[in-house]
Design a protein around this ligand. Sequence first.
Ligand code: IMP
Length: 194
Amino acid sequence: MKLVLASNNKHKLEEMRAILGNDIEILSLSDINCHDEIPEEQDTIEGNAMQKARYIHDNFGVDCFADDTGLEVECLGGEPGVYSARYAGEHPTFADNIAKLLANMEGKENRKARFRTAIALILNGEEHIFEGEVNGQIIKEFRGHNGFGYDPVFLPDGFEETFAELPAEIKNKISHRGNAAKKLAEYLNKLHKK
Ligand code: IMP
């Protein structure tokens, strides 16, 4: 089975290939000669994931999937959520976004947060959504150099290391995206065995 992932992010492609296994060939956007800016204008991660998958399905006629992630911080009423990538402006660095997050959380005792990922799959014209999450805390200082995004300040429940201190194999096993991807893999593997 061949599936296009609506992304050119090498990190995501590798992670998805590792989770989905050898029976499913994952192609990138460059592999199908798509160099478009894919629209993501919805106000939920589920909406954005589906918008990206529909764009690829409608314009390229292929089976495909797309993911979207948000960091939801309890004391900020779920912010930055779907706006996690653009929290500190139009093209912020990861450090800009973290600085804004820590500033907004200054003095707050409740540090609870979760990452949520939605994966939208369009297979044989049918739409499906798979979701994954991981709970944790936002710490007050940067720790670690692995990963990306908010990883240096996210301490997953049950661990003493931030996502940026944990090796990628461990992060992928417990992460929001890993959990959503496992559900996608289970679904696809069941179909494959039928
Ligand atoms: P995307 O939907 O995967 O592009 O994620 C949106 C934003 O959420 C990214 O720009 C990051 O800031 C943040 N994010 C997504 N996944 C992770 C993660 O695994 N660790 C830390 N931050 C993440």
